[in-house]
Design a protein around this ligand. Structure first.
Ligand SMILES: [Cu+2]
Length: 184
């Protein structure tokens, strides 16, 4: 894995500047110019913001999830679908989903094979920058399998999504999905 040292080196810088890519362009030329007048101020600021940004990375939500819901199940049912709308402000890939109510959670897509509609796992779902991606019945969905108990409308289902942003930063987001009764 020869890429890891390079990525690791770039990571703190990207993290520190994630809020505004323009900050890098603005700060770099400004540093030599201010060296004579107040040179001490610029490096001091840079040093304090870098660790703060790294420590606060989990609290910077770049992904919005709306209308998360799960189809309710009967006592005999071992699988169901979860649906939602995901919008990433930075662009990202959805690489995994987990939930305590199911042994397995996978992102699936529906596709026609001949005249039969089938579903298959998608290793990662691209989330284009600023564009809502809708997971819905008959399309992309989260498949919950090995259900541990029937899902009823009075108990929300926590879903934890793992996303990777364009810099390779991993982020997890947990939403409480509403359980809709069967037949709706
Ligand atoms: Cu499926």
């Amino acid at each position: 894995m020869p890429r890891i040292p390079h990525a690791a080196r770039a990571l703190p810088l990207l993290t520190a500047l994630a809020a505004s890519p323009l900050a890098l362009q603005a700060a770099t030329p400004a540093a030599p110019a201010t060296t004579q007048a107040s040179g001490a101020a610029a490096p001091a600021t840079a040093k304090t913001t870098a660790p703060a940004a790294t420590a606060g990375q989990a609290s910077t939500p770049t992904v919005q999830i709306q209308d998360a819901w799960v189809r309710g199940t009967t006592a005999q049912q071992r699988a169901t679908g979860a649906f939602m709308q995901i919008t990433s402000s930075t662009g990202a890939r959805l690489v995994g989903v987990s939930t305590p109510v199911a042994g397995v959670a996978e992102v699936h897509e529906m596709a026609m094979h001949g005249d039969v509609m089938q579903m298959r796992p998608v290793p990662e779902l691209p989330l284009p920058k600023g564009q809502p991606v809708t997971l819905k019945p008959g399309s992309f969905h989260v498949m919950l399998m090995d259900l541990k108990a029937p899902l009823s409308p009075d108990t929300p289902v926590p879903l934890t999504l793992t996303l990777v942003d364009p810099q390779g930063q991993r982020q997890t987001v947990t939403v409480q999905a509403v359980v809709r009764p069967l037949g709706r």
